[in-house]
Structures are given as structure tokens and as C-alpha cells.
Design a protein around this ligand. Structure first.
Ligand SMILES: Nc1ncnc2c1ncn2[C@@H]1O[C@H](COP(=O)(O)OP(=O)(O)O)[C@@H](O)[C@H]1O
Ligand SMILES: Cc1cn([C@H]2C[C@H](O)[C@@H](COP(=O)(O)O)O2)c(=O)[nH]c1=O
Ligand SMILES: [Zn+2]
Length: 202
């Protein structure tokens, strides 16, 4: 049994109780890798798996969920969370990547799926580049049966990184990007760079 999977005491089988698992952290923390690992294991267990991502996330591929290491899995891009309810109803496991980009109905949608016996596994950024809670993530974290917080490596000092620092201009919350646009940083290095920005402006 996976450490993060909920152990069932009533039987050793899949008793279709449904659950919500959330994987969160900064950019490059391994959220997508962890999502892919759990989904692959479910497929090996011959479970029916459906994977969704927001249609706006076209960074590496239109339809695949792709990690920064270029591991991938086929997914269905959807432009709102209601489509996940329609398309994910008749399955054992639903995977959702980049959950921060979905609308505020996503917590309601995943609750309905889990209440109908589906295991829902969600990966998303908990904070944006200004360390503000991102999209529906706070609500998802509060209704989750299990939460896994993963960390990247701070590119400045090598300590665990909790934040995604934006290195390009732009104050909009949503801006797709990779290492050319964002850097994973620990608290100390994040604050140092923000302080440097303020001093530059003065
Ligand atoms: N600073 C970093 N810290 C950790 N992993 C990094 C870093 N830079 C690049 N990577 C790569 O990113 C991979 C994780 O990618 P991914 O699962 O797509 O992360 P996330 O979905 O959290 O952005 C790691 O396995 C590693 O190879
Ligand atoms: C911090 C931050 C990130 N984004 C974008 C950048 C990427 O396209 C995704 C995160 O992808 P990952 O799989 O977690 O690496 O989100 C954004 O739009 N706004 C932000 O503040
Ligand atoms: Zn650091």
C-alpha cells in the first residue's frame, strides 16, 4: 500500500469509497511526477483512469500531462471543472493536474466524484509567485482526505524550496512558464530577491 493511499479496514479490496488526494508545492517540486506515479500504479492495478488538465496549459503538449523531466501521460484538456464531472463519472480514478488554474467549482466537482466512489488525485501549485493562495487550492486542501506537500531544491542555496519566484516582468497571476520564467527558492533566498527588487525601485 502506498503511504499516501487511505488504508481500508473493512476489506482488503477496492471497496469504492472514494477519496480526495492533493499533491501541492512550488514549481519543480515533483507534483506532476508524483501524480503520474500514482496514476501509473492505478493502471497497473487495472483500474479505469481518466486524467484531466486545464485547456490553457499548453506548455509542453496540447493533450498530455508532461513533467519537467518530460515524463508524460495522455489526458483530456477541459476548459471548466463541470466537464470533469461529465467525463469522469464512469471511472475508478480521476487525475487532475495544474488544479490552480481551474474555476471555483472544482472542490464541489471533486467532492461529488469522491462521494460516488471515485479516487480523485489532484496536483497543483498551492501559492502563486507572490506567495498568495492560488485558485481553488485552499478549498481543495481543506476537503482532502490526504495532502502531500512536496519541495523543490532552492536554485540559490540548495535548501528545500517552497516558493516559485518569477524572474520576468508581469504582475498577472496567470503566466505560463518554466525555468526561463520562474525559479524555485527557499524562504531566505525568496525574501533576499524580493528585498533586492524593492531597493532597485527606490
Ligand atoms: N530546482 C529544482 N528542484 C527540484 N527538481 C528540479 C529542479 N529543477 C528541475 N527539476 C526537475 O523537475 C522535476 C520535477 O518536475 P515536475 O514533477 O514536473 O514538478 P512540478 O509539477 O512540481 O512542477 C524533478 O524530478 C527534477 O528533475
Ligand atoms: C508561480 C506561478 C506559476 N504559474 C504557472 C507557471 C506554470 O505554467 C504553472 C505551474 O506549473 P508546474 O507544473 O507547477 O511547474 O503555473 C502562474 O501562472 N502563476 C504563478 O504565479
Ligand atoms: Zn535558498
Amino acid at each position: 500500500m502506498d503511504q499516501t493511499e487511505i488504508e481500508c479496514n473493512c476489506c482488503n479490496d477496492n471497496c469504492k469509497r472514494g477519496s480526495i488526494e492533493v499533491i501541492c508545492g512550488s514549481m519543480f517540486s515533483g507534483k506532476t511526477e508524483e501524480l503520474l506515479r500514482r496514476l501509473r500504479r492505478a493502471k497497473i492495478a487495472r483500474q479505469k483512469v481518466e486524467i484531466f488538465k486545464p485547456a490553457i496549459d499548453t506548455r509542453y503538449d496540447e493533450t498530455e500531462v508532461v513533467s519537467h523531466d518530460r515524463n508524460s501521460i495522455q489526458s483530456t484538456p477541459v476548459d471548466n471543472s463541470g466537464n470533469i464531472l461529465l467525463l469522469g463519472y464512469d471511472t475508478d480514478v480521476v487525475g487532475i493536474d495544474e488544479a490552480q488554474f481551474f474555476d471555483e467549482q472544482l472542490p464541489n466537482v471533486v467532492s461529488q466524484l469522491a462521494d460516488n466512489g471515485i479516487r480523485v488525485i489532484i496536483a497543483g501549485l498551492d501559492m502563486d509567485f507572490m506567495r498568495r493562495p492560488f485558485g481553488p487550492m485552499p478549498q481543495l486542501l481543506s476537503i482532502a482526505d490526504s495532502v502531500t506537500k512536496v519541495h523543490a531544491v532552492c536554485v540559490e542555496c540548495g535548501h528545500p524550496a517552497n516558493y516559485s519566484y518569477r524572474i520576468v516582468e508581469g504582475s498577472e497571476q496567470v503566466m505560463l512558464g518554466e525555468l526561463g520564467e520562474y525559479r524555485p527558492l527557499c524562504r531566505k533566498c525568496y525574501l533576499n530577491l524580493v528585498k533586492g527588487e524593492v531597493e532597485k525601485d527606490e
